[in-house]
Design a protein around this ligand. Structure first.
Ligand code: SAM
Ligand code: TMP
Ligand code: ZN
Length: 409
């Protein structure tokens, strides 16, 4: 019965555990007048590698379709995330970047949200960013950016031109790269013998525990765990030496890799590994249960939205996130159930959501007039958004959440 593919990390057999069906590109917001018949769709499905336990997509979307001149995600759009990255920059300045003329490379620097503080501190740095529009925004902040995809050949060119890196950093980017073997070979070559590769991405354990299935979309190819990352690192002469759970984006882990044998692994690595094993994260049965929970959320959310529509209530979406493509397309949520979605990103406004064609409008439109209900697609920014939109609640408005279950608050 089960579909299989070949693991992009170890070559082992990947067994499918959930099929989200036909899905569009999650960040392909349609401009007015575009041919709706020309949208790109693919089959979004997830599987577990029986050899290394890496959870991954069964099908890959070509990278140029996702990351290009008009890639619409601006990392600096959230004040909370700006603080998060500034905090990390300060910490790196005090720890890993203390030598003489230290050098840091960021893979997927986007609009420069993290490198800005380091550039201002005069640290030698390089951002590698294939999406031209956001790379330009980083350059305008005084950040050195190379407009390309990071892979082994890029790493070797950087090494030849600039020497070894003390820190290589990637946030919400490594999990986007199916050709991850090439990236790790590049990291192993570019990293100084005393250097570290630090990356942070959504954590499979949080996704399974919270049923945050909307973390699964075209751009998120891998769903890491301590076990799968440890195995992947070892295959490239690297070692997982530290892990740190992060509260951002619905639950992430920051992994630190170093050349094998160069640093003593922290106790946190073994502790989190034991927790994963106790939760059965590497087992098909656990992931199939996750799939059943996804179907329950789909049933509850569509039933609620249909009931509200039939009762004549107005419902608006908040946050035209990439994640919401999975929710709206899996659940069949179109403009008949959610009349529009408001979002602060100028390049998304005036467009239609991918696949389901819900209009995207400005946050100002949210109050003209306030709807009865707001479906919070950007639930990972709930605190920031609910505080900003307190007047909506004061006016009697209610938020609808669907992670970890469907609730009105
Ligand atoms: N680091 C930022 C953050 O955490 O907000 C940006 C994350 S964004 C979701 C992913 C970024 O990775 C995009 O800007 C994309 O263009 C970039 N990207 C995708 N593949 C890449 C690659 N092979 N090398 C470097 N950047 C890549
Ligand atoms: P993300 O969940 O992938 O970070 O995307 C968040 C989306 O929500 C992004 O398109 C920007 C939007 N957004 C707002 O419209 N208002 C806000 O206050 C925040 C934090 C995000
Ligand atoms: Zn594998």
């Amino acid at each position: 019965m089960s579909n299989t593919s070949q693991c992009r990390v170890c070559g082992g057999t990947v067994h499918e555990f959930f099929d989200f069906g036909r899905q569009p590109l999650s960040d392909a917001f349609l401009a007015p007048g575009s041919d709706l018949g020309q949208e790109f769709f693919f089959r979004l499905a997830t599987g577990l590698c029986e050899a290394c336990t890496m959870v991954q997509l069964m099908e890959e979307v070509p990278r140029d379709r996702m990351f290009h001149e008009e890639y619409p995600y601006y990392s600096s759009g959230s004040a909370y995330m700006r603080d998060h990255f500034e905090g990390l920059a300060k910490r790196l300045l005090a720890t890993e970047l203390t030598g003489e003329d230290p050098f840091i490379v960021e893979v997927g620097c986007n609009d420069g949200v993290m490198l800005r503080a380091l550039a201002e501190a005069g640290v030698r740095h390089l951002g590698v960013e294939p999406s031209g529009g956001v790379a330009d925004l980083a350059a305008e902040k005084g950040i050195r950016v190379r407009k390309s995809f990071f892979e082994e050949s890029t790493a070797k060119e950087i090494l030849a031109a600039e020497g070894h890196a003390d820190v290589i950093y990637a946030a919400n980017t490594l999990c986007h790269i199916p050709y991850i073997g090439s990236v790790l070979s590049g990291v192993a070559a570019l990293l100084a013998p005393t250097g570290v590769f630090v990356f942070e991405d959504p954590y499979l354990s949080d996704i399974v525990e919270r049923t945050s299935f909307d973390q699964i979309y075209d751009e998120h190819f891998f769903f890491f765990t301590v076990r799968s990352v440890g195995a992947m690192a070892a295959a490239h002469g690297l070692e997982l030496v530290d892990v740190e759970r992060l509260p951002v984006h619905g639950g992430e882990v920051r992994y630190t890799l170093a050349p094998a044998g160069s640093r003593q692994p922290s106790a946190a690595v073994a502790e989190l590994l034991a927790e994963e094993d106790a939760r059965g994260l590497g087992e098909t049965a656990t992931l199939r249960r996750f799939g059943e929970n996804v179907l329950k959320i789909r049933e509850d959310l569509t039933a609620l939205l249909r009931r509200l529509r039939d009762e004549g209530r107005s419902v608006v979406g908040y946050g035209a996130t990439a994640k919401s493509a999975t929710v709206t397309n899996l659940c069949g949520i179109g403009p008949d159930l959610v009349s529009f979605v408001c979002d602060s990103t100028p390049t998304k406004q005036g467009r239609l959501t991918p696949g389901t064609h819900i209009p995207v409008r400005t946050p100002e439109d949210f109050a003209r007039p306030y709807p009865d209900y707001a479906l919070l697609f950007a639930w990972n920014h709930a605190e920031e958004i609910m505080a900003k939109e307190q007047e909506f609640r004061d006016a009697g408005g209610k938020w609808i959440l669907y992670v970890p279950d469907v609730r009105i608050v």
